[in-house]
Design a protein around this ligand. Sequence first.
Ligand SMILES: [Ca+2]
Ligand SMILES: [Ca+2]
Ligand SMILES: [Ca+2]
Length: 221
Amino acid sequence: MNIKILKAALTGLVLSVSGFANAGIIILDFEGVGDTANINDFYNGGTDSLGNSGTNYGISFGTNTLGCIDSDVGGTCNFANEPTADTVMFFLSGSSSILNNAAGFDTGFSFYYTSSTAVSVNIYSGLNLTGSLLGSIALLSNHTANGCVGDPTGTFCNWDIGSLGFAGMAKSIDFGGTANEVGFDNITFGSVNPNRVPEPSSLAIFALSILGLASSRFKSR
Ligand SMILES: [Ca+2]
Ligand SMILES: [Ca+2]
Ligand SMILES: [Ca+2]
């Protein structure tokens, strides 16, 4: 091989490696979204239904997709050990939470979920679940698994990772399940391993001495 060509090839390799390393990972942790607020354009340069705004990632949500804050810090939801405290995504009406990413994304994404019923996550090539189905993942009920306890309260206390790889360019995701029975957090684009920031273990120890109210609903009544 000609030295010049080898040099060019190596330069190209270094450039592509550094490009990969610099690829941004986007994590939607829902912190800052209001309690039972429609998330709407919180991550799209606008606001949720209560006027809160977050980083503009060009990502918007369907009208029934809500934020919810842990009842232990004054919100209305019945969960514990959320990957990032104290806010998660859920829905109270319809059959799913819909996420739209107008610019599109490829390869895969990941998230945490807790649910008392089966969960199905589907990804589409068009906005608002149009176009072709690019991938699908079926998840099981997990909300009380692994002997979890509240923080100090919360029946939906166990969170597991869901991840989905696919080919092509995707623009919308359907986070399905049963209304008021499933929560999602740390939706991550650009990695199959969602970031997790656990709460202090002292909270879990404190929780061991307190029995949470056993409601099967995600939202407290
Ligand atoms: Ca919590
Ligand atoms: Ca809690
Ligand atoms: Ca969170």
